[in-house]
Ligand binder design. Structure first.
Ligand SMILES: Cc1cc2nc3c(=O)[nH]c(=O)nc-3n(C[C@H](O)[C@H](O)[C@H](O)COP(=O)(O)OP(=O)(O)OC[C@H]3O[C@@H](n4cnc5c(N)ncnc54)[C@H](O)[C@@H]3O)c2cc1C
Ligand code: FES
Length: 266
């Protein structure tokens, strides 16, 4: 561990990570490869809180970890340009560095699944990236992985080929320009519902649908987003309500971003 590039603030880990590569993989969607010691601690479903390398932007930006290579000490992030912060990230290139806090959040629970198990992954748009590491790790254990992806249009389709290495993939597009016309529910309603676990990440509408459809499933998980400030559980900018409670709340950054269906109000 290089003490000059890393320091710990209590349980918070900060590191200056190296940009290994960056590529635009779809219009305004970038894949960024970072290298550093922090990779050793990363788990599927966690996120990195990235400092925008520009003093005008004080808040860090949360981006999910898409895949992890502990041998190379590299991780991949996939993000879409939304505003100034992500636009600045898109200008980074090989050899640049990035100030990273993480890995943050709880990640997906992948325990107790083996070659007897079958899981469903459901991803929408820029919510698809964190599911790639889930598929990779479960496939390596012999778990049967079925993936349903939803996108607005053909141009926005990402990671279909990568996920197809690990199991069957269905793609839907809202406008029918690629795959099956409609949203993911068109596919999911016809699937045999005997999945041992369900992992999902996507836009609020999709998360509501998964929450309702698998409300009482013991192992159905939603990876949720919210506007964040500190990203480490201190400011309560990212809270969600808990069903039937006026007093209890959950912080997306610290208690999540992954929640079991039925445990938060969407
Ligand atoms: C846990 C977590 C994981 C995320 N993972 C990814 C990822 O893997 N890839 C990716 O592209 N994006 C991801 N996001 C969303 C990403 O953080 C925002 O798009 C980013 O912070 C926008 O920053 P900006 O400076 O470019 O835009 P800003 O100028 O800050 O905002 C531009 C627009 O983006 C919206 N926005 C900003 N932050 C968020 C947010 N946190 N959630 C939803 N909308 C937001 C704003 O409302 C505004 O409309 C994630 C968010 C969270 C909370
Ligand atoms: S962003 Fe501060 S508590 Fe979640």
């Amino acid at each position: 561990m290089n003490p000059t590039c890393k320091k710990r603030l209590g349980a918070i880990r900060l590191e200056t990570m190296k940009v290994v590569a960056q590529e635009e993989i779809a219009p305004a969607i970038f894949e960024l490869v970072l290298e550093g010691e922090m990779v050793e601690a990363m788990r599927a479903g966690q996120f990195l809180h990235l400092r925008v390398p520009d003093d005008a932007h004080l808040l860090r930006r949360p981006i999910s970890i898409s895949s992890i290579d502990k041998v190379k000490k590299q991780c991949h992030l996939i993000y879409r340009i939304e505003g100034a912060g992500t636009a600045i990230f898109s200008t980074l290139s090989q050899g640049d560095t990035l100030d990273v806090m993480g890995p943050q959040g709880n990640g997906f629970d992948l325990s107790d699944l083996d070659e007897q198990s079958q899981v469903l992954l459901v991803g929408g748009g820029i919510g698809v990236p964190p599911l790639l590491e889930v598929a990779k790790e479960l496939h390596a254990r012999g778990v049967k992985v079925v993936t349903v992806l939803g996108f607005a249009t053909k141009d926005a389709v990402i990671l279909e080929t990568e996920l197809a290495q690990y199991g069957q993939v269905f793609v839907t597009t809202d406008d029918g320009s690629y795959g099956i016309k409609g949203n993911v529910s068109v596919v999911i309603k016809d699937l045999d519902n005997q999945f041992d676990a369900v992992y999902s990440c996507g836009a609020p509408g999709m998360m509501k649908y998964i929450n309702q459809t698998f409300y009482n499933h013991p192992r159905a998980y939603l990876s949720l987003e919210s506007r964040m400030a500190c990203g480490m559980g201190a400011c309560y900018a990212c809270v969600l309500k808990v069903p039937e409670s006026e007093t209890v709340s959950q912080r997306v950054c610290e208690d999540g971003p992954v929640f079991r269906t039925g445990t938060v109000v969407l």
